[in-house]
Ligand binder design. Structure first.
Ligand SMILES: [Zn+2]
Length: 165
């Protein structure tokens, strides 16, 4: 059985002890997921980091060398993206070079983050359950205006500074 625990304090080097021993964490927009936090999480058994409305600017790229997979979802306007990044096993988030349009509107439809979040949770449960990632090396794209899913395949970038570090 999977148990979800919500912590009111923001994730930071001062609060990371709360998450020790938890196999997967999901960070939100105000959480700090720097190298110190990721090293602590990895040392104490965390195997997956998921993001919810959090950009990779919140995740120390050098800490990706801890080889913790990142299940990443983002939404804007009527579009949602979802992918899994796992340095050492496939492309990292920096390899993917995913762009969000500069003049984008926030997600207009409240179900959109829910759709992408539910799929993100499914991918996290696949990883925690040992099924392996479904979205390593590909990005699932949902277009709410066209009401369809498409996918884009991505590869590790041999010039990627994160993967090469
Ligand atoms: Zn990379």
């Amino acid at each position: 059985m999977t148990q979800l625990t919500f912590f009111e304090p923001r994730l930071s080097p001062e609060t990371v002890a709360l998450a020790r021993g938890i196999p997967g964490v999901c960070i939100f927009v105000n959480d700090a997921c720097n190298a110190a936090v990721i090293a602590d999480l990895a040392q104490h058994g965390t195997k997956i980091i998921a993001t919810r409305s959090a950009g990779y600017n919140q995740i120390d790229l050098a800490a990706a060398k801890q080889h913790i997979p990142l299940v990443h979802a983002r939404v804007w306007a009527m579009t949602g993206l979802l992918s899994t990044f796992w340095p050492g096993r496939g492309p990292c988030l920096a390899c993917a070079g995913l762009e969000t349009p500069d003049n984008h509107h926030p997600a207009l439809l409240s179900p959109l983050p829910g759709i992408m979040g539910a799929l993100q949770a499914l991918e996290v449960l696949r990883l925690l359950g040992g099924l392996g990632p479904a979205l390593l090396g590909r990005v699932l794209i949902f277009k709410g205006d066209q009401f369809n899913f498409t996918e884009k395949f991505i590869r590790s970038n041999p010039q990627c500074p994160v993967c090469a570090a």
